[in-house]
Ligand binder design. Structure first.
Ligand code: NAP
Length: 339
């Protein structure tokens, strides 16, 4: 195992902030991970794992070992008339996997098209979009315990998936995800709960019997119309989670803001879109020096170029304080914060 030293991380994260790692290593197999964790340097230094680096804000230089997960491969491990199981390397680019599955008419992850990052990252943060979360198709997750080097296999239940989280996110320094096995369907299972998706399918005449590819194309077009592409500008997708408030609080806010969108959840609480909160606070398209929010989607914090991790975080804190003081809402970051 070789370690590079003093490596800039700007090109390894989609926020493109200018931070560096004291040591940097790449792993391409489970045997690489074993070599890594038995290396004496590993025992003496802190360590951080990078997948696609697309859901991460690194606020300062990392004084330890940064590991880039590049484990590759998409293999069919089980198949019958109705479903198929794919074992996928955690370093595979998530959107490449979506292309692979939609081209083969497989159902399950088409609504998650164009989400940046790796397959491992997708599982760590339980990515979700347009009514689908990756947890709905995860069969098992293989990971290495970074303190013992032991290989572990997690059932879907053991992954403890929740809204944009999992056991791997809550113990981010403990496990390195190596492979994910997904169970996808061969029969039609379109999720059309978001009205815009159905409307756009109707407009192109494929609402009756859409293919996974139809759905992926429609959703990709919606996303492109309001979200930046990776590399176009520094960002990490949605910066905050959607806040969940009590029904009483939502009712009070609705009186003050009749246009406020609200989604009543089965447990009686109410989800308010974080993008609406930030826009209502007047931050849509806001800019302060090198940082700001995207002009077409306030939920995306951006690095206009040359921003430090601290500058981005200062803006995030300012928005969180305003949300608390003006609307009584607690915004929580969806991105992983390091250190
Ligand atoms: P949108 O379609 O304008 O909707 C705004 C908000 O309303 C979202 O927060 C969404 O919640 C909620 N919503 C809309 N229709 C809903 C329905 N039928 N049932 C329940 N909730 C509904 O949102 P957007 O911000 O452009 O995002 C579109 C989708 O992409 C969303 O699902 C969003 O979560 C996802 N997305 C994910 C990321 C990421 O980094 N993970 C980044 C950008 C967008 P939900 O967010 O709970 O779906």
């Amino acid at each position: 195992m070789t370690f590079k030293e003093h490596v800039s991380l700007a090109s390894h994260t989609t926020f493109m902030v200018n931070v560096s790692a004291r040591y940097f290593a790449e792993v391409r197999s489970v045997s690489d991970i074993r070599d890594l964790v038995t290396n004496p340097l590993w025992q003496s230094e802190r360590h951080y794992i990078l997948g696609g680096g697309s859901n991460l804000l690194i606020r300062a230089d990392l004084d330890g070992i940064v590991v880039k997960n590049l484990i590759d491969g998409i293999d069919v491990v089980d198949e019958d008339d109705t479903s198929i199981s794919l074992r996928v390397g955690a370093g595979v680019v998530w959107d490449d996997l979506v292309k692979w599955t939609t081209e083969r008419d497989l159902w399950g992850i088409e609504n998650l098209v164009l989400i940046p990052g790796s397959v491992g990252g997708a599982v760590v943060q339980n990515i979700g979009a347009y009514g689908v979360e990756v947890s709905s198709v995860v069969a098992t997750v293989e990971a290495v315990d970074l303190s013992s080097g032991k290989e572990l296999s997690f059932t879907n239940e053991a992954c403890q998936f929740s809204y944009r989280s999992s056991v791997f996110k809550s113990s981010i320094l403990q496990y390195l995800v190596s492979y994910v096995t997904l169970r996808l369907s061969k029969s039609a299972h379109p999720v059309l709960t978001y009205p815009r998706v159905l409307e756009d399918l109707q407009a192109r005449g494929s609402a009756e019997h859409p293919s996974p590819k139809d759905l992926a194309e429609v959703i990709a077009n919606i996303r492109r119309s309001k979200l930046p592409e990776v590399g176009e500008i520094g960002m990490a997708g949605s910066f905050f989670k959607n806040p969940v408030v009590t029904r009483e609080q939502a009712d009070e806010l609705k009186v003050r803001y009749p246009d406020m969108p609200r989604f009543d959840l089965p447990d009686g609480s109410v989800k308010i879109p974080a993008g609406w909160v930030i826009e209502t606070l007047g931050y849509k398209g806001y800019r302060d020096g090198n940082v700001g929010t995207y002009d077409k989607h306030a939920l995306v914090l951006v690095n206009h170029g040359g921003a430090s991790g601290h500058e981005v975080w200062n803006l995030a804190e300012k928005i969180m304080n305003d949300a608390r003081e003006s609307l009584g809402m607690n915004l929580e970051p969806e991105v992983v914060l390091l250190p």
